[in-house]
Design a protein around this ligand. Structure first.
Ligand SMILES: [Ca+2]
Ligand SMILES: [Ca+2]
Ligand SMILES: [Ca+2]
Length: 555
């Protein structure tokens, strides 16, 4: 009761400021503060008519007895609400009157150092540009991570040099099916005594302690809203730490590290979740500057092998101001569809000076300059680099999966290879397009966590997800309602086709030529509303020899 009380005090005092942009008025609800409780019958009587019409004005509930605040309702279909409110406010028995409004949860975490996290919420301080961030607060209103709708524990595998496993703000994966130090592969995953993760150099689970890997882990999943330190992209996600073995490791160790991830996820898939780990993304920030992918076929092929079991891989490109398309880089110029290559932006949405780029090779940017995160010894510090940008992306993949509905998860488990490409595609289409990334990245933009998570949410409800059997299809139309911002139609097509919009009378309104694509890549057609007047329409995808189901939309 106390909470409800304070909520209404807040609403009462701050309404016009806090909720002016987003509040929705509850039609017919009016909050009234009276001089005295005994005035209720009088004002109910006095306000029962307005401009000769019955108002239906009556008490619904006592909101605050001590402050004489009451919720009344009135007949909003008959009565002009604004005119009525001004009359209500003139009544001498009433101190204050206002409409009631819907409020939204505002998931600002209570982590003590949250104000350092411009990457999550850029307020414009420190010469930043307000809003040049990944829109984390809005994303966390939808999901904060941890489990899928089916209860799978979501894991991100971080392949790095070392980790501080005892950090209280981090949430590391552990293999509870493995008995430590008994020399036996208890869970039969092919690795002996792998409890804490894996060290690909020593073939043990003993991991070096080091700041870089620890910092990366915090960006992906520092415990959010625990009153301590920072919050990661996910407030709750398991981080699987894997070491490639030494400061300057061998490529063979990197391949062995990826192989551990693949084996664990494959085991999870095969055992229906009873063994292995539900790893949805790897995160790496090592590589070979100026390497040509053709000399690293095994390394590059690991991303395909991981992709086929459902694991995307986010990889940091080099920390040099060069065009990777021209000078080469491994892994970020590997050709795998399941690889997401990441460069680094600052708090003004500019490319960090020393960060690689490439229209063909580098998919997107993410905040990576002066990023505050966890370091060894339960500490925190600012680091910069593509290494800091990339975990925003691997973390986003994890948060997207925690927000996915059961329909999506069903499709994902049936065809993890294709559906992980759907996730990648949704993430890249959800970027904030920014001038500094134009022409130098595949997406032309910087990661947006909120839009990525929302794009997965859009696959819920009655929408059909693509399979190789129904690849020619409309997947979803959103948003509904349209909020006057136009609509987006997601579809898949393996041939040249047209999206046709017709009126209820069968009149053709719009024809949109559709590009075809490889399996797994969803196309988005955006239609501005002013071109079409409000009403009911039908959408269908048509090719010369086939057509999809018809979808009804209301604009
Ligand atoms: Ca084992
Ligand atoms: Ca063991
Ligand atoms: Ca925290």
């Amino acid at each position: 009761m106390k909470n409800i009380f304070s909520l209404f005090i807040l609403l009462f005092v701050c309404n016009s400021v806090l909720f002016a942009q987003t509040a929705t008025i509850l039609k017919g609800n009016m909050l009234v503060m009276l001089q005295e409780e005994k005035d209720i019958p009088s004002i109910t009587r006095e306000l029962s008519y307005f401009n000769g019409l019955k108002t239906g004005f009556q008490l619904q509930r006592v909101v605050s007895k001590s402050m004489h605040i009451y919720l009344f309702t009135f007949d909003f279909l008959t009565i002009n609400k604004d005119a009525f409110l001004s009359i209500v406010r003139q009544n001498p028995l009433i101190k204050i009157a206002q409409f009631d409004h819907t409020i939204q949860p505002r998931a600002t975490p209570n982590d003590t150092e949250f104000n350092y996290l411009w990457n999550m919420q850029n307020t414009g301080s420190n010469n930043g540009i307000a809003g040049a961030d990944i829109d984390a607060l809005k994303a966390w209103d939808i999901a904060t991570g941890g489990l899928t709708v089916d209860g799978d524990t979501i894991v991100v595998a971080v392949i790095d040099y070392g980790f501080y496993l005892a950090h209280t703000d981090l949430n590391y994966w552990k293999n509870y099916q493995e008995i430590p130090l008994n020399g036996i592969d208890d869970d039969g995953n092919g690795y002996i005594d792998d409890v804490n993760g894996w060290n690909a150099l020593t073939n043990t689970d003993s991991l070096p302690i080091e700041n870089h890997g620890t910092h990366v882990c915090g960006i992906i999943g520092a415990r959010g809203n625990n009153g301590v330190g920072i919050s990661g992209v996910n407030w709750n996600v398991k981080i699987m730490p894997i070491s490639y073995g030494s400061g300057f490791g061998l490529e063979s160790n990197a391949i062995a590290a990826y192989s551990y991830v693949k084996d664990q996820r494959q085991l999870y898939n095969k055992s229906n979740g009873t063994k292995g780990a539900f790893i949805v993304s790897t995160n790496s920030s090592f590589g070979i500057d100026t390497a040509n992918a053709i000399y690293h076929p095994l390394w590059c092929a690991m991303y395909d092998s991981l992709g086929k079991v459902g694991v995307l891989s986010a990889a940091a490109t080099k920390n040099l101001d060069v065009n990777v398309d021209n000078v080469g880089d491994v892994p970020t110029s590997c050709a795998s569809n399941w690889l997401i290559s990441v460069t680094n932006t600052n708090n003004q949405d500019e490319k960090f000076a020393n960060a690689g780029y490439g229209k063909k090779s580098i998919d997107l940017a993410a905040p990576g300059t002066s990023i505050f995160s966890t370091v060894s010894g339960n500490g925190y510090n600012f680091f910069s680099g593509t290494s800091m940008a990339t975990p925003h992306v691997s973390g986003t993949v994890a948060l997207m999966l925690s927000a996915a509905c059961s329909n999506f998860m069903k499709a994902y488990k049936a065809d993890p290879a294709m559906m992980s490409l759907v996730i990648k595609d949704s993430l890249l289409k959800a970027v904030d397009v920014i001038p500094s990334m134009q022409g130098i990245t595949v997406s032309g933009g910087r990661l947006n966590l909120y839009k990525s998570v929302r794009s997965i949410k859009n696959y819920c409800g009655e929408n059909t997800l693509p399979t190789s059997d129904n690849f020619f299809d409309i997947i979803t139309v959103y948003p509904v309602p349209t909020f006057g911002n136009g609509i987006t139609i997601d579809y898949t097509s393996d041939v040249e086709a047209e999206l046709d919009i017709t009126s209820v009378l069968g009149q053709e309104i719009l024809k949109i030529p559709c590009t075809s694509s490889t399996i797994g890549i969803i196309q988005h057609a955006q239609i501005e509303l002013p071109a079409i007047s409000k009403g009911v329409y039908f959408i269908q995808l048509r090719a010369s020899n086939k057509k999809t189901k018809t979808i009804k939309i209301i604009l």
